[in-house]
Write a protein that binds this ligand. Structure first.
Ligand code: GDP
Ligand code: MG
Length: 162
C-alpha cells in the first residue's frame, strides 16, 4: 500500500513549500500571495526508501465564493482521499478563524491528522505549540518548511505507522 498524505490548511501557510520539499520538485507554484494553487496536485515522495504520495491543495479560507469555493472543495476531496492529513498553520500569523473552521471539520473525520505549525523560524516553537493547542488536534509539530526544520520528526509520526 502506498500511503497518501494530504497537505491541508488555509492559503499562505506554506503547503506548497512543504510539497516542493517533500517531492523535491518545483511543480507546485509557491507564491507570496494567497491562493495560487488552484487545484489539488499529486506528487511522489520517498521516506526512508518507501514511496508515498503527497497531495498539495489550494487551501480553505473559510469565506469562499467562486474560485475559492472550488479550492476548498478540492481540499475537502483531498482529505477524503488521504490516509493521513498534515494540517498546516502559520506560526507567524497565529491562529485564525479559518484554522478553527478547518480543525472543526477534521475533528469530525476519522482520519489520522497531524498539526504542523509552520514558519517556526519566525517564532519560538513553544509559543507556537501553545498558540494552536485550542484547535484540539493534538500537540503541534513545529516545522519550517522553507528551511527543512522539523520535517523528519513530523514524517516519522505521520508515516511511521504505514
Ligand atoms: P500555500 O499557500 O499554503 O501553498 O503557501 P506557500 O507555500 O505558497 O507559502 C506562502 C509563503 O510563506 C511564501 O512566501 C513562502 O516562502 C512562505 N513560507 C513557507 N514556508 C515558510 C517557512 O518555513 N518560514 C517562513 N518564514 N516562510 C515560509
Ligand atoms: Mg500553495
Amino acid at each position: 500500500m502506498v500511503p497518501v498524505i494530504a497537505l491541508v490548511g488555509r492559503p499562505n501557510v506554506g503547503k506548497s513549500t512543504l510539497f516542493n520539499r517533500l517531492t523535491k520538485s518545483r511543480d507546485a507554484i509557491v507564491a507570496d500571495y494567497s491562493g495560487l494553487t488552484r487545484d489539488r496536485k499529486y506528487g511522489e515522495a520517498k521516506w526512508q526508501g518507501r514511496t508515498y504520495i503527497v497531495i498539495d491543495t489550494g487551501g480553505i479560507s473559510g469565506d469562499e465564493e467562486g474560485i475559492d469555493a472550488k479550492m476548498a472543495e478540492q481540499s475537502l476531496q483531498a482529505i477524503e482521499e488521504a490516509d493521513a492529513v498534515l494540517f498546516m498553520v502559520d506560526s507567524r500569523a497565529g491562529m485564525t478563524a479559518a484554522d478553527q473552521m478547518i480543525a472543526e471539520h477534521l475533528r469530525k473525520k476519522n482520519k489520522r491528522t497531524f498539526l504542523a505549525a509552520n514558519k517556526v523560524d519566525t517564532v519560538d516553537p513553544d509559543i507556537a505549540r501553545a498558540e494552536f493547542s485550542p484547535l484540539a488536534i493534538g500537540d503541534a509539530w513545529p516545522i519550517a518548511a522553507a528551511h527543512g526544520r522539523g520535517i523528519t520528526a513530523l514524517l516519522q509520526a505521520a508515516l511511521g505507522e504505514f
